[in-house]
Design a binder for this molecule. Structure first.
Ligand code: SF4
Length: 205
């Protein structure tokens, strides 16, 4: 983890921004999400009550740069409605609940899969959860750590080998993403990789 700057990962000004960002980042790059979040922030619509009452076509226009804008707009609006209706629009009240209660609530919402759920649980709610995204799957597969490499096996493996604090989980997730973007890409750059000595794929290079 020390090879990458993981301390300022997922910058935000509110917990609701993290929740919205976790939906917007589905199937797109974070750079596209940042621009949309900034635009929403400057329009003053980053609250559950503002999103709930926003015209969906206007929301779609704002969200469009992240792709799949119709689905994402509806997912964000449904979640905002839920917080508005069941938690009086209070995002902290929605998030500050026991792990299982919040996780079950998120799982019942359309368009919130395991990766989005875990990102919200970890980054917005502060629960210690490892995120088994496509980067983690690629890295574990190449390292030869697990057989088979499944999201469930990755989460178990990481939870067994790292201190289970929210901070460690965030830093581990950030380090894995950074490593896979900078070095362990689709075509890996193994020469000089800090993990080369322990990597099954790297040993064949
Ligand atoms: S040695 Fe190569 S395949 Fe292994 S982790 Fe490093 S970059 Fe990825």
């Amino acid at each position: 983890m020390s090879h990458y700057d993981t301390k300022r990962w997922w910058p935000h000004e509110s917990r609701f921004e993290i929740v919205v960002g976790a939906i917007l980042v589905q199937r797109t790059r974070w750079e596209n999400v940042e621009k949309v979040i900034e635009a929403m922030r400057s329009r003053g619509v980053l609250t559950p009550s503002a999103i709930s009452t926003l015209d969906v076509l206007e929301l779609e226009r704002m969200v469009r740069p992240t792709g799949f804008f119709r689905q994402k707009s509806r997912r964000i609006q449904r979640l905002a409605h839920h917080i508005h209706l069941y938690h009086k629009g209070d995002v902290t009240c929605f998030l500050k609940r026991p792990y299982q209660e919040l996780a079950s609530d998120l799982e019942r919402m359309d368009g919130i899969g395991p990766e989005t759920r875990d990102a919200i649980l970890l980054y917005a709610a502060g629960h210690p959860v490892m995120i088994a995204d496509t980067y983690a799957i690629r890295l574990c597969d190449r390292l030869g750590l697990l057989d088979p490499v499944t999201p469930h096996a990755i989460k178990n493996h990481l939870m067994q080998h790292l201190p289970t604090t929210p901070q460690t989980c965030r830093r581990a997730h950030a380090a894995i993403v950074e490593h896979c973007k900078k070095r362990c890409c689709a075509v890996p750059r193994c020469s000089g990789c800090p993990l080369l000595d322990m990597c099954e794929h790297g040993a064949t290079k």
